[in-house]
Design a binder for this molecule. Structure first.
Ligand code: ADP
Ligand code: MG
Length: 257
């Protein structure tokens, strides 16, 4: 059965596209056929994250009724299947997301997972992406403005009848000024199902135009994405946590040799 999962947030820039690309890669590694949809119609960015060249057919053409969604699905060199959004000014101005629920239905029965990378906020684009999906992953950062806005996204999903799988807390630094997972859970009313650390390798992976799972496959952050994917796909997986050795512990193990 194909599961349609939307990644959305109240606030922009919290890491929806990063989580979508890496969760998709992790699901793919587990042998789950996964299609990533760039449903951020006015501000597409999945193509930038994955280095997708300009394709002849995009989600904008699909929404205009000009092509079938299967013909706008491309195989990325990471093994992911991607439906990119158009980048022309004409596309960005003149496409409406109303037909998104219908066009996504054409994928049902094919892949195991369809991940819908939505626009932030409460506008039409985000609304139709949430309405089109069976499940919602709310992406938020551990700060008050982000979590307050995420609560509004959760309310929209409740009104649309979309199940809320949980919150992915991204860019967690572990500083005392951050909201704890428990605080986020009591504010939003849904469980935090994953905490993804702040990791400078994420920015590097985006500039290299590949998912972090391909750039730093053994990193703890990549393992967090694998664990999230395993939990979503109901697969048993024990993440391998690597000790980050500081200078003094490295010196100590050197002297002990
Ligand atoms: P959104 O899709 O919600 O607008 P993006 O995924 O594009 O957000 O991320 C916005 C920026 O935040 C990117 O430049 C990315 O480098 C940075 N970022 C996202 N997640 C992390 C992380 N876990 N650690 C460090 N930087 C991150
Ligand atoms: Mg994005």
């Amino acid at each position: 059965m194909t599961r349609l999962i939307c990644l959305s947030s109240g606030k922009g820039g919290v890491g929806k596209t990063t989580v979508a690309a890496n969760l998709g890669s992790a699901l793919n590694e587990f042998g789950m056929e996964t299609v990533l949809i760039d449903a951020n119609l006015t501000n597409p960015s999945l193509g930038f994250h994955l280095g997708i060249p300009l394709y002849p057919e995009t989600l904008h053409d699909v929404l205009k009724g000009d092509v079938d969604i299967k013909d706008a699905t491309y195989l990325h060199n990471s093994g992911l299947k991607v439906v990119p959004a158009g980048l022309s000014v004409d596309d960005l101005k003149n496409t409406s997301p109303e037909s998104l629920p219908d066009v996504l239905l054409d994928l049902v029965g094919g892949p195991d997972f369809v991940l819908i990378d939505s626009a932030a906020g409460l506008g039409n684009e985000a609304l139709h992406a949430i309405e089109s999906s069976d499940e919602l992953l709310v992406v938020a950062n551990p700060d008050l403005p982000s979590v307050t806005d995420a609560l509004k996204t959760a309310n929209i999903a409740e009104q649309a009848g979309t199940d809320i799988t949980g919150v992915v807390l991204n860019r967690v630094k572990g500083s005392s000024s951050e909201l704890e997972s428990e605080e986020v859970e009591s504010m939003i009313g849904y469980p935090v199902i994953s905490s993804i650390p702040e990791d400078e390798n994420v920015q590097d992976s985006i500039s290299l135009k590949k998912p972090l799972l391909h750039h730093k496959p053994k990193s703890n952050t990549s393992e967090r994405f694998r664990k999230l994917a395993a939990d979503i796909a109901d697969i048993d997986y024990e993440p391998k946590v690597r000790e980050s050795k500081g200078f003094f512990s490295r010196m100590l193990s050197f002297l002990k040799k």
